[in-house]
Design a protein. Sequence first.
Length: 330
Amino acid sequence: MERAPIPDARLGDWRCLDPLSVDVRRRSGGASRCQRGPCSILAKQGRDPAERAAGPSVSATNRSPLSDEIVLVGLSGGIDSAAAALLARERWPDLPFAALHQNLGWDDPDAEDDARKVAERIGAPLTVQRPEIAALWRDRKFLPMSGMPCPAALEQKAEPAMLWAIEQLGGAAHWRGALSTRRAREFVVDKHPDAFGLYCIGYLAGEESRAAKYRHHWPDALGRPVFPLLEAGKNKDDARAILKRHGIAINYRGHLRRSCQPCVHWSNAERELLATARPEHAAEVAALEREIGRTFDRRGPLDTLPRRTKPEAEQGLFAFVDGGCGAWCK
C-alpha cells in the first residue's frame, strides 16, 4: 500500500525521533520531510509534567488519514505496554484496535488480568497465546546462560506475535527455516494484508536506538511499528501518570517484570529477588533445572539461592534487562 508523505513541518515544539531523518532536518534548515507516512515520527513535546502526562495533541501530522488501518497492541500486563496502549488510543480515537497477550507459563500471575483491564479500556479484543517456556527448555535439554541468545524470545514471543499481527490485518504468512539452526528465519508472506498495521511498542524516551532497529527490520507487510511513549518523550514516571489518569493500577508486587521469570539475562541479585517473591514458582523452576542438569544461576538451582528481605522495596534498584525480547515483555 502506498503511503503519502506528510507535509514539511517546522520543528518548534515538535521533535523528530527517527535517527534516519536527522540529516534531512539538517539539510532542510529545520524542516523535516518524512516519507514513512503519517505520524509515528513527529510528536508534540510537553513543556511541563502535566502536559507530558496528557499526551500529544491530535493534529494533521499525527492522525492517520486511512480508514483501513488497525492499531495492534502487545500487552505484557506491565506499565510500559499499558501506558503505550492508552496513549495510542488517545492518539487514534477512531481507529480499530486489537491486542495480544503472551503467557509463557512463567509469567507474573496477575499479568494476564492486568492486560485484560487495559484491553477493555482501549476497546480492543484480546488474543492470549500460551506457549510453554518450560516445555521448550525440557525439549531442548538446555538452559542458556546470561549473554547467550534466548530461543524463547523468537520462537515463543516475536515469531507468534508477528503471525498474529498479519492475521489481524487480513493477511497470512509463515516462517521459513529450521528452528534447530542458528540462522535467522525468513518471514514469508503468503497473502498480503487488506489493512495497514500500526504496531504499538512500549519503549520509553531514551530508547531511540532500540526503536530504530525495529523500524529498520520491520516487515513491510505488517505496516510499521509505532512508539507512543518514546515519540512523546515520556519516561517511566509519565507512564505511571497515564495509567493513573485512566484509573488503572498495576502492582508488580516486588517482581522485576511481568513475563519470563526468570529471564536468562538476569543478574544473581534479580534471581534471588524472584526466589523470595515467588517461592513456589522458584521450586517449579528448580525442579526443571535439576531435570535438565543445568541451572540459570551458577550457584545452584533457584530454590537454593539466598533470600532477600524486602523484595518490593528493592525492585527499583534493578534496571530492566533487554535480552532482545524487550518489545514483547515490557
